[in-house]
Design a protein around this ligand. Structure first.
Ligand code: ATP
Ligand code: MG
Length: 440
């Protein structure tokens, strides 16, 4: 397939004085990895969002390194590292401030793997099987490539720039520097072909367009319209992963609007599409919380899109002033959450948390009558999810604010009284920095 793409074998080299990537903005872990590879005689480049964001003056989410060292060789250079993925082609080097992902140059355009442990069931069984295969045997069958090929198999030109630790220059095999200056997102190679290889690239294109405030190159834009149905072929695990990344990004509202405009939201997440304009309010509320530094639980992010439908259910099974019809509520929650959870391979754990969270909200639509009621609920493991979802529903005006405020005051009182099972700290669990999710 690569033979149809004109590979630029000699990169454009942008020397250090002519670009803005500074070592002081690169994490100390990534620098250590780059320098040790370089001193051991290997090529060592920073690549992907790390380079792109530094060139744009933004703070990168994480740093990826590529090298001509083989995974086994990388593994030997770093004691704090492990080979990951089903095909053992990536090495994670662990540092106090995060993981640096190191990959060997490769030619294959195949899509990245879903991060380990993401999917329950079928695929993780596959992973276990692979784990039992001797690693060397698997690595032998890999097709590693040249730096040029590695650049060409990437998705968009601005994502394929290399920062070379040997002389601090940028190596551009794909015209990414020009596109970056013009703020244009351009497919590497024909977009129709690239979307057939991996339809998730369409979702990613729209994410970058919103997050980076870039224009789509016209051919890329037309190709998304032409190929949107292909998204139905993407693996559910990767769709769910991408969806969560978007919900966490702080730009969920903008990105979901773009997916909607391109007719992709209704294919990937028809339940969200069906929520109509109420979804916009919920996602804006979620984005505000992320901007404030909250790291909402995955079940909260996934559950947020169902809040408009959930508010409708509550109006039916828990009309103001009447008792909640629990069996009807539970049945409605099953009908609401189970089909999309199955389709998107949402874990049973997150499904359980969403369901319990929403069920709990139905118990909080009235101000608490007794302190004991507050203590008892706040002690439940699912309470943080319930509380965060309730807060989002109130902030997006789906549920009335007064009872929420009464609960908030009651939780504050409990927190200041500091009982053994302090519900306050549980309610605010999302303020604690969470362990970083392992990356693909
Ligand atoms: P972010 O800021 O979201 O981390 P990123 O560009 O670093 O953005 P990652 O998902 O971390 O994105 O992937 C790192 C790099 O791997 C990308 O920049 C791109 O070069 C390459 N890549 C990732 N996913 C794909 C894909 N589906 N097809 C081709 N290349 C990909
Ligand atoms: Mg990245």
């Amino acid at each position: 397939m690569n033979s149809t793409l004109p590979i630029r074998h000699e990169p454009r080299v942008v020397p250090r004085p002519e670009h803005t990537v500074s070592r002081s903005d690169i994490s100390s872990g990534a620098l250590k990895v780059l320098y040790r590879l370089h001193r051991s005689g290997y090529l060592a480049y920073l690549v992907g969002g790390g380079v792109r964001d530094l060139l744009l003056g933004k703070r990168p989410k994480d740093f990826d390194v590529v090298t001509n060292a083989r995974p086994q060789e990388i593994r030997r250079l770093f004691r704090n590292s492990r080979i990951i993925g089903r095909r053992f082609r990536l090495v994670h080097v662990m540092f106090a401030d995060g993981i640096v992902e190191v990959a060997t140059f490769r030619a294959s355009p195949e899509p990245p793997e879903v991060p380990d442990g993401w999917e329950e069931g079928e695929e993780s069984e596959l992973a276990t099987e692979a784990e039992e295969t001797p690693r060397e045997a698997v690595v032998e069958t890999e097709v590693f490539g040249s730096p040029a090929e590695d650049a060409w198999r990437r998705d968009f030109t601005v994502n394929a720039l290399f920062y070379n630790i040997a002389d601090y220059s940028i190596l551009d095999y794909v015209g990414g520097m020009e596109d970056l200056e013009a703020r244009v997102l351009r497919s590497i190679g024909p977009p129709d072909l690239r979307f057939r290889e991996d339809p998730v690239r369409m979702l990613r294109a729209l994410e970058y367009m919103v997050r980076l405030e870039f224009e789509l190159e016209p051919e890329l834009e037309a190709a998304i319209h032409r190929n949107r149905e292909l998204i139905l072929d993407a693996s559910p695990a990767r769709l769910a992963y991408e969806l969560l990344e978007v919900l966490k990004s702080g730009s969920a509202h903008g990105i979901c609007s773009a997916w909607r405009r391109f007719g992709i939201l209704k294919l990937v997440f028809p339940e969200a599409e069906a929520a109509g304009s109420a979804l916009g309010k919920v996602l804006r509320a979620a984005d505000r919380r992320v901007a404030m530094g909250f790291e909402p639980h995955d079940a909260v992010l996934l559950g947020a899109s169902f809040l408009p439908a959930f508010a409708g259910i509550l109006a039916r099974v828990a009309p103001p002033g009447q008792r909640v019809d629990n069996p009807a509520l539970l049945e409605a929650l099953d009908n609401l959450l189970e089909p999309p959870a199955a389709r998107l391979h949402i874990s049973n754990r997150n499904l359980h948390l969403m369901k319990q969270g929403m069920f709990t909200i139905s118990k909080m639509l009235k101000a608490p009558e007794k302190g004991r009621q507050v203590t008892r609920l706040a002690r439940q493991e699912y309470f943080p999810v319930a509380w965060q979802l309730y807060t989002l529903a109130v902030e997006s005006e789906l549920l009335p604010r007064e009872p929420w405020e009464a609960w908030n005051r009651a939780l504050d009182r409990l927190r200041t009284h500091g009982t053994a099972a302090d519900p306050g700290t549980r309610a605010r669990r999302d303020r604690r920095p969470r362990r970083r999710r392992r990356r693909r």
